[in-house]
Design a binder for this molecule. Structure first.
Ligand code: FAD
Ligand code: FES
Ligand code: FES
Length: 487
């Protein structure tokens, strides 16, 4: 018999919060500003893009508190059970003295209208706590998810570099109080399920992975909310009702990553940030893509499981994972099954998932020695942008001849999809420009892309073809990349 608690509990700055009446779709930003009158966090876009609402959320990981910058506009209050939420109001000392991050921003003229400033301060604060002497690249990465319309970024980056000359993290209250904070967070995470509300207002926070499996099997129409970087927008942009909800982002078992030497298994709750070191070590050719998924806050929140489960044709992980031959582990109650990732995507908005079944993990075989692999993301902005198309290529060459090849694209069809006609035109042929030239025509067989705000159909088709050229030239080291103009 599972024990059930009836309150969402977390720490807000230095206050213990207990909520017994909260709606599934109440965002942290609204709650802070409207209920708590903490108006430092701003609403710029309400879709995770601008970073004006950035706060830190601390959670226990290997018995340490890890603070992630997150966008509070698309984080739901119900998902905060067992965390420490830190807002910009917490930074100034009780004596009124500005925090080192704030003082550095003032002294380096890092603010004009100030609307974006609390978000920048919180992103820089999160960075300084884990990396007090960051490189310029680290600062730029931490600020990928923060937009400023008037100051420009150079003064803010200068401020970011200077913070440690104003103070060190060891003197920060969060560091000084971490033992007490850990104790509180540990006490809240007591393994009990939390349930509140009725009908569409019902919130369920399972106590464990097994509990989640049982609860979802019994409530198959509930909305699973993982990192909420998609579901958040259903609420803030599409005004959709999402209740009843099951929040799963806190489940440590869903954050496991297993490396066996021949494959890597990511459980569904692993965020992009958590996956990064393992991706970099095992799939270095995916590194550039990883840094171009969203911005830092969204990478801290968004999960691999959510990116696959949502079935989007333009999610960035399915094309490379499909090219690498990934398998998906699905679970319903105690029953588990495994399918090829490419078979999960049946049609637009339709996936091979039964009522009450969820994505538990994805397993990716390591690339055998000598095989060539690349993934290319094409988007209008370098970061914080969804792909117009994303293409992944994997080829093995034996004695100059293509022995196996897998090509998969997002943004070219209603689902992430393999280019089987192109593959058939390549396999068994010498890996030469003539072979590539002959295979190029097959793209039109595999894909009939659409025109939308991200790209025209012609652009998509031509770019996909050119990416095969790029892969060919990169893998053969021949001369310059071929350039073709869009007609
Ligand atoms: C500003 C911004 C930038 C973005 N940039 C990118 C980008 O560059 N590339 C990209 O690919 N995506 C991008 N996204 C989209 C999003 O971040 C990703 O798709 C993310 O991986 C979704 O994961 P999540 O955990 O937040 O999913 P959620 O929003 O929690 O859930 C998404 C869907 O999956 C379902 N779901 C979640 N987990 C499971 C599970 N374990 N089993 C079954 N169903 C589940 C939910 O019910 C929901 O239908 C961006 C989003 C934002 C807001
Ligand atoms: S308000 Fe823009 S990211 Fe939250
Ligand atoms: S200071 Fe005005 S938006 Fe950044």
């Amino acid at each position: 018999m599972v024990e059930v608690a009836d309150a969402i509990r977390f720490i807000l700055n230095d206050e213990d919060i207990t909520l017994t009446d909260i709606k599934p779709d109440t965002t942290l930003l609204d709650w802070l500003r409207l209920e708590r009158r903490l108006r430092g966090s701003k609403e710029g876009c309400a879709e995770g893009d601008c970073g004006a609402c950035t706060v830190l959320v601390g959670r226990l990981m290997d018995d340490e508190i890890i603070y992630d910058s997150v966008t509070s506009c698309i984080r739901f209050v119900g998902s905060l059970h067992g965390t420490h939420v830190v807002t910009v109001e917490h930074l100034r000392g009780k004596d009124g003295v500005l925090h080192p991050v704030q003082q550095a921003m003032v002294d380096h003229h890092g603010s004009q209208c100030g609307f974006c400033t609390p978000g920048f301060v919180m992103s820089l604060y999160g960075l300084w706590m884990r990396d007090p002497d960051p490189s310029q690249a680290a600062i730029e990465k931490a600020l990928q998810g923060n937009l400023c319309r008037c100051t420009g970024y150079a003064p803010i980056i200068r401020a970011g570099k200077a913070i440690s000359s104003y103070g060190r993290p060891e003197a920060d209250p969060l560091w000084a109080e971490r033992i007490a904070l850990k104790g509180k967070i540990r006490a809240i995470n007591d393994g009990r399920r939390v349930e509140l509300g009725e009908g569409a207002d019902r919130i369920i926070v399972p106590g464990s992975l097994d509990d989640f499996a049982a609860v979802y099997e019994a409530n198959p129409t509930a909305t699973i909310v993982n990192g909420s970087t998609d579901v958040g927008l259903w609420v803030t942009k599409f005004m959709r009702s999402i209740g009843p909800v099951i929040f799963i982002n806190h489940l440590e078992e869903l954050k496991r990553i297993t490396e066996t030497g021949s494959e890597v298994r990511f459980h569904a709750g692993v965020s992009y940030s958590e996956a990064l070191p393992v991706v970099a070590a095992n799939f270095p050719d995916m590194g550039e893509l990883w840094h171009r998924i969203a911005g830092e806050q969204i990478r801290n929140m968004g999960t691999i499981g959510g990116n696959i489960a949502n079935g989007s044709p333009i999610g960035d992980t399915p094309p490379p994972f499909i090219a690498l031959g990934a398998k998906l582990q699905l679970r319903k109650g105690a029953q588990r099954r495994e399918i090829k990732l490419e078979d999960y995507f049946l049609a637009y908005g339709k996936q091979d998932r039964q009522p009450g079944e969820f994505v538990e993990s994805v397993t990716i075989p390591l690339l055998p020695d000598g095989e060539k692999f690349a993934v290319y993301k094409i988007s209008k902005r370098r970061e914080e942008d969804i792909s117009a198309l994303c293409g992944a290529f994997r080829v093995s060459i034996t004695d100059g001849v293509v022995s196996t090849v897998r090509i998969a694209f997002g943004g070219m069809a209603a689902t992430p999809k393999r280019a089987k006609a192109v593959e058939a035109a390549l396999v068994g042929k010498p890996w030469t420009a003539e072979t590539v030239e002959a295979a190029i025509a097959e793209f039109a067989e595999d894909y009939q892309p659409i025109s939308d705000m991200r790209a025209s159909a012609d652009y998509r088709l031509l770019t996909a073809q050119n990416l095969l050229w790029r892969f060919f030239y990169e893998t053969t080291g021949q001369g310059q990349r071929l350039r073709r103009e869009v007609a």
